[in-house]
Write a protein that binds this ligand. Structure first.
Ligand code: BYC
Ligand code: FE
Ligand code: FE
Length: 471
């Protein structure tokens, strides 16, 4: 790996002149996109960032002050240390593919493009958040997440350029042309077109939406297409910081909400200038229900195809399962028939989106239990709850019907009557936005969020994580 390379990498880019030239042609367009759509107003500041310069535990997390446009976005694959095989589906036992098998080209490109599209989308969604960060620590976290999502885009664009020829290069261009929330050229998946213009939403996004990323990437890291498996394995090491940011961010707001409630004669955190717990619950309801859509339809022939061909496995397919054919099993699913839920049997392969969603939901439930423990420790009484996966869906099997947060079927009228109790209202959003005032002095923090338990890379919370270069 050479850092003097125009594009840092461990894929021996230097030996493939054609690929290198294609990527060097894409690079200035990426920077142009970054300057236009990346963090607004902080491109000249020095940010204390970690940069991946290699994949081994020593080299991959180097911390230093960097101006974001100078960040060394590189291409890193987890090294291969043994012969790899396709580990599941109909092609199980074959040697893993180093090139794209002709007949899988279309669906593989589609998976990679869908994955790739989410990365720049999230940067676009978070573009204005720097202006209202609750502390320098949080401002740094935002930018760390942003530059790494940029690197994830690089990871996928490398695959498109190296393995998909001309259509790959065209897809790579389109990835810089779509825009989150744009009516004419929106991002592919709906969650990535939602506005994320205050920090409660940012933390919900990194908690719930990045967590979809974790499970999708984990499923792709089992892939029989070896370059995809190795690219996503390394992306996952970066992803854990994003999830940490979201989970602890919500935890810190929850803690502060409980503390402020206790301080107030009416137990009203809003009266004390904080976010109250019922409001946090609404944000959880909104972002969780938006993120569960990202797993695709409950019964999906696409999912069955991805698995059958060996392109996308289950979560921890190799480590966790014994039967890698998934042909003989069935999955019991809650299906809505005549207004009632009934358990029906679905062939396992067609239920694989739901199987992955199960892993995700259990992980989210674990985090909610932790937040409830945090509330309990303050002495305040309140319980947050994860809504049912059926609540507030606009895609998949439950989309046409209405459910309460516990997952019971209700009428559309009942849903509408309770909407403002369950989901953020315009007034709630305005209130949360009104709390968003920037705090830029080292060691200081906004009133509505508790400080983190520790700083970054052994530095204290008071560390100057961002140095502003303004005149
Ligand atoms: N929005 O069989 P179905 C991340 C489409 S996040 C709009 O139900 P399938 C990150 C679908 O394309 C991880 N459209 O779905 C997080 C299909 O279209 P066609 C991103 C949707 O294909 C934070 C139709 O509906 N990675 O990394 O089994 C920050 C029915 O298809 C949606 C991936 O998603 C939706 N939500 O599953 C930064 C991995 N859902 O065929 C980054 C790659 C479905 O009718 N993607 N549709 O035209 C996939 O594996 C699959 O495409 C999905 C969908 C799991 C997303
Ligand atoms: Fe990512
Ligand atoms: Fe992420």
């Amino acid at each position: 790996m050479s850092l003097t390379d125009s594009i840092p990498n461990n894929v021996d880019l230097g030996s493939d002149r054609k690929l290198l030239r294609a990527l060097e042609k894409w690079q200035p367009k990426f920077i142009e996109w970054w300057l236009e759509m990346g963090p607004d107003g902080f491109q000249a500041d020095d940010i204390y960032l970690r940069t991946a310069i290699d994949v081994d535990p020593k080299g991959w997390a180097t911390y230093d002050y960097v101006k974001m446009p100078d960040y060394r976005w590189g291409i890193f694959l987890t090294p291969r240390n043994e012969d790899q095989f396709v580990n599941f589906g109909d092609n199980a036992g074959q040697k893993a593919w180093d090139e794209v098998p002709g007949e899988l080209r279309g669906i593989l490109r589609r998976i990679i493009v869908t994955q790739a599209d989410t990365e720049p989308a999230s940067v676009e969604q978070q573009r204005q958040l720097g202006k209202t960060a609750p502390s320098l620590y949080d401002l740094r976290s935002l930018f760390q997440v942003n530059v790494e999502e940029g690197r994830h885009l690089w990871a996928m664009v490398h695959l498109l350029h190296q393995y998909f020829g001309r259509d790959g290069r065209e897809e790579a261009e389109s990835l810089l042309e779509r825009r989150s929330g744009d009516v004419d050229k929106p991002r592919i998946l709906q969650t990535f077109n939602e506005t994320t213009d205050e920090w409660l939403s940012f933390f919900c996004f990194t908690m719930f939406t990045d967590r979809d990323g974790k499970y999708q990437l984990a499923a792709l890291s089992e892939s029989g297409f070896d370059p995809l498996a190795r690219a996503t394995q390394f992306m996952l090491t970066e992803e854990s910081f994003h999830l940490f940011t979201g989970e602890t961010g919500i935890e810190r707001i929850v803690q502060r909400a409980a503390e402020l409630s206790l301080q107030d004669p009416n137990n009203d955190a809003r009266a004390q200038g904080g976010v109250d717990l019922p409001t946090i619950q609404k944000w959880i309801n909104f972002w969780f229900s938006s993120a569960v859509e990202l797993f695709g339809g409950e019964i999906s022939s696409n999912a069955a195809d991805y698995f059958a061909t060996g392109l996308k496995g289950r979560y921890r397919e190799k480590a966790k399962y014994e039967d890698h054919s998934a042909l003989r099993d069935i999955y019991e699913m809650n299906v809505l028939r005549d207004g009632k839920l009934s358990q029906e049997e679905v062939p396992l392969r067609n239920a694989l989106n739901e199987v992955l969603r199960d892993e995700y939901v259990a992980d989210c439930a674990r985090a909610v239990r932790k937040w409830n423990h945090t509330i309990k420790k303050t002495g305040f009484e309140f319980e947050l709850a994860l809504p049912s996966r059926r609540f507030n869906r606009s895609m998949g099997m439950y989309a046409g019907a209405s459910f309460d947060p516990q997952g019971n079927p209700i009428t559309p009228e009942q849903f509408e009557a309770n909407r403002s109790k369950w989901l953020p209202t315009a007034e709630d959003r305005a209130y949360v936005k009104s709390l968003m005032v920037p705090v830029t002095e080292p060691g200081k923090i906004a009133n509505w969020i508790a400080p983190p338990k520790k700083g970054v890379n052994g530095q204290p919370f008071e560390f100057e994580y961002v140095r502003f270069n303004r005149n």
